[in-house]
Design a protein. Structure first.
Ligand SMILES: Nc1nc2c(c(=O)[nH]1)N[C@@H](CN(C=O)c1ccc(C(=O)N[C@@H](CCC(=O)O)C(=O)O)cc1)CN2
Ligand SMILES: [Mg+2]
Length: 285
């Protein structure tokens, strides 16, 4: 049986806070306060919690946080007008539109309206392209948080077989691009992939972001693999769980990120880190 280590996102997040606080203090000495704005539409309960956590975290680090909260009935045009304002607001280094949006609003159109220089979600087409050619400007926070966490635990990706289950623009694709840039051999799989468990079992590092509760069991996991669980699902009792059946794989893996307390907290760390980096860019003219 392996000695298993938990990839503890909460612990990493608080360990990284200290450095980020110092960076903000340094900026303030130069009369620059990093600014982050979040646009929230409607009252989706989970989104409201994430945004509240972003605000708490940003303010704790000394970042100027602005919440723009629209009613669910806001029109697409009103939203686009606000985005235009933020694009031209010099006190805001970066902003995001919290997803998901109500059905009457075209998500792609909204993301496209964000100035790619201020797109701290890294979702704008320019930023996606920059990432894939190896010259990233901003990075999607979940993907970036996963790499920060693996780096903290000294998981070297160079030459490793990485298998990603899930091909979303928010997680699967950017994780693939970022791990390629670290010289990993990356395979992206998804719901149509044949022999999925067989392919997953070749992974030294398995990243699971497929959105199905406890989808991955030990049939998918090589002995000693590092498993990153990006799922946020609910089990048969309505309890929050991941895409990986933790109890089933825990004696097979060498490291695993739990849900909750793994990737989730790193998402917010990666977001605020990126806002600080943009403000540092502003300080350096
Ligand atoms: N514009 C964006 N929208 C959304 C993003 C995003 O990166 N940009 N990601 C998700 C939501 N998200 C941040 O926005 C997020 C999700 C989960 C967590 C988190 O800390 N999860 C906890 C569990 C929380 C719980 O108990 O429910 C954990 O995993 O430990 C943080 C941020 C979708 N929208
Ligand atoms: Mg744009």
């Amino acid at each position: 049986m392996n000695e298993m280590e938990i990839l503890d996102g909460k612990k990493v997040a608080s360990a990284l806070d200290e450095k980020m606080t110092d960076r903000v203090a340094n900026l303030k000495k130069q009369n620059i306060t990093p600014g982050l704005a979040v646009i929230l539409v409607g009252d989706n309960k989970a989104s409201s919690i994430y945004v509240r956590n972003k605000k708490r975290r940003a303010e704790k680090l000394g970042i100027n946080f602005q919440l723009i909260h629209f009613d669910a009935s806001v029109t697409e045009n009103e939203l686009l007008e606000k985005i235009d304002q933020l694009n031209h607001d010099d006190s805001i280094d970066g902003f995001i539109v919290q997803l998901p949006l109500p059905d009457h609003i075209d998500e792609d159109k909204v993301i496209d309206a964000i100035d790619s220089k201020k797109d701290v979600d890294g979702f704008a087409p320019n930023n996606v392209g920059s990432l894939w050619i190896g010259e990233p400007h901003t990075l999607p926070a979940t993907a970036s948080g996963i790499l920060m966490m693996l780096d903290f635990y000294n998981v070297d990706l160079d030459g490793k077989n990485v298998v990603i289950i899930g091909r979303s623009n928010i997680v699967g694709k950017p994780v693939a691009a970022m791990m390629l840039a670290k010289n990993a051999t990356v395979t992206i799989t998804h719901s149509h992939t044949k022999n999925l468990s067989e392919i997953a079992k070749r992974a030294d590092v398995l990243v699971v972001a497929i959105g199905q509760a406890k989808f991955v069991n030990k049939d998918f996991v090589k002995d000693g693999a590092v498993v990153v669980d990006v799922g946020m699902d609910h089990d048969e009792n309505g309890k929050l769980c991941g895409d990986v059946d933790f109890d089933n794989v825990k004696d097979t893996v060498s490291m695993i990120s739990p849900v909750p307390g793994g990737v989730g907290p790193m998402t917010i760390t990666a977001l605020v880190d990126q806002v600080i980096t943009l403000a540092e860019g502003r300080a350096n003219g």
